[in-house]
Design a protein around this ligand. Structure first.
Ligand SMILES: Cc1cc2nc3c(=O)[nH]c(=O)nc-3n(C[C@H](O)[C@H](O)[C@H](O)COP(=O)(O)OP(=O)(O)OC[C@H]3O[C@@H](n4cnc5c(N)ncnc54)[C@H](O)[C@@H]3O)c2cc1C
Length: 431
């Protein structure tokens, strides 16, 4: 049973089903894709490291299919995911929704939309999950499961099973702020150039007191189609993404900020004179909430050492990106020092390893966590939360569930050489 149909969950479900498991994918919204579609975070981060690709498997398949169908950011070519350095690219979220439906159905995954996991039946002594309680359009139901993958982003299953996790804002005061992203249309991309113009435009607007919240850290507007882009602007500081009240307030404020940043583009940036906000996400763009305590926690020292692991199930190369925690001058300084620090920025050809053990909640036998809620420290989460990495973690979790059932092994003691061999057979990039 795969919980959550974002980048991690879709990859997990398709991989498990392709290996022959009867697979159920439970998703609380009306479509697959998670943040990439429902929150309009319609950008894939770094897929190559300046010399070679770091991605493989299911995410590569999605990229190549959308490319062939003409649904990637106009102008982007294969170089972007096979060789380019430090660059992401946009995709059409509506096309990704359809492609994910197709991939899941072709693999034999049963998809259930509007199915929200609300609780788990567990054996705490055995450390096993026996099934989940969901709420769907027909009411509450219990669904038994032999293996479970928690790919909900917020570690909903782990929370329901009382499995230890770290939570943004708990250990320290800091919570990396979410953003309510949106789609902006009627942009003339022949004259709009974010990299060239945004910084000066932002300075000018700040000097003129344009914003209700004077934030110097604005990712901006990213091209997704011929005349539309995804707007990633407006931090929602101090939001606790797993508190209903806090989440609701953030969505309300986020909608106002999205309109304000569209006005900013219209007033200050060339090519945006006719820009208008088409829609905002129906999921809040949450950067961090819960991280499960796993058999291993990938940490900033591993990242700085570009460490590789015997049990690694993926490699990745995106730099750690911890957004400002508040509007103070110190925070902007901290952000710039961290983000532009040459030790942190992976150099061309570099990558770090993603070990299997970060997918396994400590001691739990038939549960894996994949994606944003996997076991990392907060800094490494600022790299691995990106969609290509989440997808590769999900694919590995799906394959691990298959091997665990076939070979009658528990998740913590799984033979990872077998797992890596199987992942390679399914085009994973494991040098
Ligand atoms: C503002 C912002 C900008 C970003 N920019 C980029 C970028 O440029 N490039 C990039 O690659 N990544 C980017 N990311 C990161 C990335 O989008 C997410 O971290 C990633 O999508 C996480 O994948 P996931 O599969 O772990 O979870 P999600 O994408 O969050 O998917 C989880 C899924 O689980 C479902 N779910 C949740 N709870 C339940 C439940 N109780 N029952 C059933 N289903 C449930 C959700 O509806 C969702 O579909 C950004 C993120 C944010 C917030």
């Amino acid at each position: 049973m795969v919980c959550g149909g974002g980048p991690a969950g879709c990859a997990a479900a398709v991989q498990a089903a392709r290996l022959g498991l009867r697979t159920l994918l439970l998703e609380s919204t009306a479509n697959l894709g998670g943040m990439g579609t429902s929150a309009y975070v319609s950008q894939w981060s770094h897929c190559a490291n300046g010399e070679h690709p770091v991605i493989g498997g299911f995410i590569l398949e999605l990229i190549e299919d959308l490319f062939r169908r003409g649904h990637l950011q106009p102008g982007v070519t294969e170089e972007r995911w096979t060789r380019d350095y430090n660059r992401g690219f946009g995709f059409d979220p509506e096309a990704l929704k359809r492609l994910l439906d197709e991939k899941c159905l072709d693999a034999g995954v049963e998809i259930r939309f509007f199915s929200r996991i609300v609780d788990a039946e567990v054996d705490p002594k055995q450390k096993t999950i026996q099934g989940l309680i969901t709420h769907d359009v027909e009411g509450l139901r219990f669904i038994p499961a032999r293996t479970v993958i928690d790919a909900t982003g917020d570690a909903v299953v782990a929370d329901a099973a009382a499995i230890p996790y770290e939570q943004a804002g708990r250990e320290t005061q800091h919570i990396m702020p979410p953003t309510l992203c949106g789609l902006v249309g009627d942009v003339d991309f022949t004259s709009f150039d974010r990299r060239r113009d945004q910084e000066a435009a932002l300075e000018k607007a700040l000097d003129e007191n344009f914003f209700s919240q004077p934030d110097r850290h604005v990712p901006g507007l990213f091209r997704a189609g011929e005349t539309h882009g995804t707007l990633n602007a407006g931090h929602l500081f101090k939001t606790d993404a797993v508190s209903t009240q806090s989440l609701s307030q953030a969505l309300i404020k986020g909608r106002k900020l999205a309109e304000e940043y569209t006005d900013f583009h219209r007033n200050y940036l060339s090519g945006c004179e006719k820009a208008r906000l088409l829609t905002t996400g129906h999921l809040l763009g949450v950067r961090e909430s819960r991280r499960v305590v796993g058999e291993y926690s990938l940490n900033i020292d591993d990242y700085l050492a570009r460490r590789t692991f015997p049990d690694q199930i993926a490699i990745y190369c995106k730099q750690v990106d911890i957004h400002v925690y508040d509007l103070s001058e110190e925070e902007y300084q901290r952000y710039h020092e961290e983000f532009n620090n040459p030790k942190r920025l992976l150099q061309p050809g570099e990558y770090f390893g993603v070990p299997y053990r970060i997918l396994v909640p400590q001691g739990w036998k038939n549960l894996w966590v994949a994606g944003r809620c996997a076991s990392t420290d907060v800094k490494v989460n600022g790299s691995l939360r990106d969609q290509p990495a989440c997808s590769m973690m999900g694919q590995a979790a799906g394959a691990a569930a298959f091997l665990a059932l076939r070979d009658k092994q528990d998740a913590p003691s799984l033979d990872t050489e077998h797992l890596r061999k199987l992942l390679r057979e399914h085009q994973a990039n494991l040098p």
